[in-house]
Design a binder for this molecule. Sequence first.
Ligand code: 8OZ
Length: 367
Amino acid sequence: MTSVFDPFRLGDIDLATRIVMAPLTRNRAVGCVPNALMAEYYAQRADPATGAGLIVSEATQISPQGQGYQDTPGVHSPEQVAGWRRVTDAVHARGGRIVCQLWHVGRISHQALQVGGAAPVSSTSRVAASRVLVAGKFEPCSAPRALRADEIPGIVADYAHAARCAMDAGFDGVEVHAANGYLIEQFLRDSINDRTDAWGGSIEHRTQLLVDAVSAVAAVAGGGRTGVRLSPVTPANDAGPDSDPQALYGRAVERLAPLKLAYLHVVEGATGGPRDVAPFDYERLHRGCAGAWMLNNGYDLAMAQEALASGRADLIAFGRPFIANPDLGRRLREALPLATAERSAFYGGGASGYTDFAPWGMAAVSA
Ligand code: 8OZ
């Protein structure tokens, strides 16, 4: 029977196990540039014998406009490429694999984070009822400006440029963040996208930014090194429910199939919350996917093994358990107790609550 501890060929990337470290926003990239502390954090989780078979990086903005929170990393400047190179080298030195999650937040942002104090951009000019981290505090999102149709090719080009930067920084691949209420989902869902041009209205129109962005990224990184993250029913970041999520996401998966992507990564239910927030047939979506199928949200080992054994998934992404358990892979394998993390250290700060969690049987790492 297939187990999470079995190896897996993920597109063009060989993995030692099917345990994935999910993308986790931690706001330690002071000035948006990856640093030595981040390299240490990822390296602690990189050895597939004790940590993850694959790490998906924290969400990483493709452009200054794509930023929505203080001290999240970017992957669009030479300085950021050099910073990420330290991370990927540290991960590879432990025998690990890491892909870069490419992110544009759209309207989940604040003017204080935008170049020249500009309004964030979106499919819509309606403000999101959500909050973002700015100058150490969670503040309400700023009112966005609806993108002009002639600006959208420039955003697609930003995705391609970021994919180039990520591959130059030594990542094994890239994952397009099309989940959790950010820009691509702001185009996908008819609860948010109120456009009347070629980027709104029908499902074909609303899936076009996803298809164009992922096509541009796959042309740079290769389909076998590209994944996509979707969250069909999450309410995260004021993403109201689509009127027909099964049809919308079914068509999205169908349109991505010709790109021969390495994988789709699907958040079941409410991101970081209840898995049963709304009815959705994930297996129907799975049947339309030619590549590997990665599932996420609230998995423990028993759930993960059941999902793999039944064929519902090829890989399982674990998020929060990786925060306080750098050796989560070993702890699952040996049925060791799991440590828990303090929410107060999730977003921002230094080594405390970040790199100071000891592997099982070792004294805590001093900060
Ligand atoms: C938590 C805090 C800030 C950002 C996501 C990138 O939900 C995030 C995120 C999560 O995908």
